[in-house]
Design a binder for this molecule. Sequence first.
Ligand code: UD1
Ligand code: UDP
Length: 388
Amino acid sequence: MSEQKKALFVFGTRPEAIKMAPVIKQLQRQDSPLTPLVAVTAQHRQMLDQVLNLFKIEPDYDLDIMEADQTLTTIINKSLTGLAEVIMREKPDILLAQGDTSTAFAAGLSAYYHRVPLAHVEAGLRTYDKWRPFPEEMNRQQLTALADIHFPPTASALDNLLKENVPRERIYLTGNTVIDALLDVVGRKYDLARAGIELRPGRKLVLVTVHRRESFGAPLLRICRALKRLADKFAGEIDLIIPVHRNPQVRSVVYEQLGESENVTLVEPLDYEPFVHLMKAAYLILSDSGGVQEEAPSLGKPALVLREKTERPEAITAGAVKLVGMDEELIFNEASRLLTDSAEYRRMSQVVNPYGDGQASLRIGQALAHYLGLTAERPEEFDAAIAH
Ligand code: UD1
Ligand code: UDP
């Protein structure tokens, strides 16, 4: 076996932590030729710590950058400054960034400035609309330009990279690590009462999350109005549960618009374990989240996506997810339809797994070893047709 090499994981938000955790665990295995080091920016504080606790990850570095109602500029400034020190001290052989957050972009730029090879987990997702989602579309396009190896989750993400002239040998199709995390957690027994959640018998659960920057202001207001109308129309039949994101731009509107409804429960962001079990218990999911769009179809739960464009077309093509935008009427009508039209509900509630098979982290571990010359073998790639 060759000498151990150092892989520096950099992340800062809840979804990056959920999607990096299985890869870190993979590299912590004794037979791994790479040693993982973890630097968190803590762009999120509480929501990041929830995930670190669940997966028992103790960061080697914590930049603790979060400020209340922070701006994109402060996230980038503080991350670049803090990461420079970490990279100079550790001199990693490779740096891993995940997805499309501002932390991920700063991590990629830091790797480049310090001439450290960059691996991009969840590469190739695109809307090709620079404002939707904002700023994620530009973050991930920049990360592709900066990265040395790319881990697209799906064949269409891989195609996007090829169209952008990324060399095929630098790409490893892996599946999405979120499915590794989901399968780990959904398999554990969990009683929702532990999270203070009591489901009322005979009521259908509608689970909602919203947080995108491009929805702030009027679009978020329209989403809330649609939810309020839905709660009123189906009073006695449905309960809405909304774990409210900690962003003050979200909180103020959601609490003001929906705080008083009898069948709407607003709760703090949930730990990943209860959240997964709540998705499992849900009848219908409405969300603008990237991760939730990937998880809902794996659990066979119809999802309405509260966005105008998505970089995750696979579940839409499969018929398990619908894009409903941020239009009050459309959201209200489509959700009402799924609550009343059982044939349509059945059509959408199929279990499809276009995003992964639970082996993405294993493939990423193997691909890193291959790229760094520690093994001659290229890993077998993810094939959604076999996964299902
Ligand atoms: C960020 C990412 C977004 C990702 C989302 C996942 C960027 C620009 N945005 O958006 O891509 O989809 O995370 O949730 O990278 N806050 C807390 N505690 C927390 C987390 C957030 O109080 O644990 C509050 C703070 O006031 C913070 C604000 O939320 O300033 C916004 O956080 P930020 O990370 O800037 O934006 P998100 O909307 O969370
Ligand atoms: N999630 C969670 N608790 C919640 C809401 C969501 O653990 O209260 C999980 C969810 O299952 C998914 C991830 O957080 O894996 C998605 O994070 P978010 O929606 O914040 O970000 P995005 O995926 O849109 O970047």
